[in-house]
Design a protein around this ligand. Structure first.
Ligand code: ATP
Length: 196
């Protein structure tokens, strides 16, 4: 049975960077955040539930207006909880069927920013936390998204503090610009193969 290695960490910690390294070495990667957006646009049942709850304005020209939806849910934790309740079970199901095509492989990676905040972790066999201090993550995310620190900080506040994630991790990668990344990833790859 294919093992599922969860990859998580705060905004700008380097999850996608780490997953890209594995993808370049032919490991399949499921990015839960990207897939959630895809499903919000393409799963008709989910779309209709989102429209019922948040209003038809969240779609513009038939495409999800993520800024509009974010402006609703990031101001109101009840709305955010409802969004998660609607979207995450659909992502959960979608991941289950996605991984079937890789049954013959030793492992796949599942990248999710909200691994512990949702029940995403239940679909993993081990979890790797990518860690970087907040200041480093803030600088990276602002540069990447060409946005103001306040916007990133508001999103960070919706995530579990990093020390909670570190406590629950099976393996930690320090992507803090002090420790070299590639040797750590080579070590992680060996560790993953030992788990399989
Ligand atoms: P998010 O949760 O916001 O999607 P993420 O955890 O996936 O973020 P990445 O997108 O991988 O993080 O990295 C954030 C930014 O920091 C990217 O522009 C990436 O190129 C850069 N970055 C990641 N790791 C490093 C590093 N070790 N040195 C320099 N830049 C880095």
């Amino acid at each position: 049975m294919v093992r599922v290695i969860g990859i998580t960490g705060g905004i700008g910690s380097g999850k996608t960077t780490v997953c890209k390294w594995f993808e370049d070495r032919s490991a399949p990667v499921y990015n839960a955040d990207v897939q959630a957006k895809w499903l919000m646009n393409h799963d008709l049942n989910l779309r209709s539930k989102l429209i019922t709850h948040f209003g038809s304005d969240i779609y513009e020209n038939n495409t999800l207006n993520t800024a509009k939806l974010a402006s609703i849910v990031f101001q109101d934790s009840n709305q955010l909880a409802t969004l998660n309740k609607l979207v995450h079970p659909v992502v959960f199901e979608h991941f289950e069927s996605w991984k079937q095509q890789y049954k013959h492989l030793p492992f796949v990676l599942k990248e999710a920013a909200l691994m512990y905040e949702t029940e995403s972790y239940l679909q993993t066999d081990a979890i790797v936390v990518i860690y970087a201090p907040m200041k480093v993550r803030l600088e990276r995310a602002c540069k990447r998204d060409k946005t103001e620190p306040e916007t990133i900080l508001a999103r960070m506040q919706k995530q579990l503090p990093e020390d909670h994630k570190l406590h629950k991790a099976d393996y930690v990668i320090y992507n803090d610009s002090i420790h070299e990344l590639v040797p750590q990833l080579e070590g992680l790859e060996k560790w993953i193969y030992k788990q399989c």
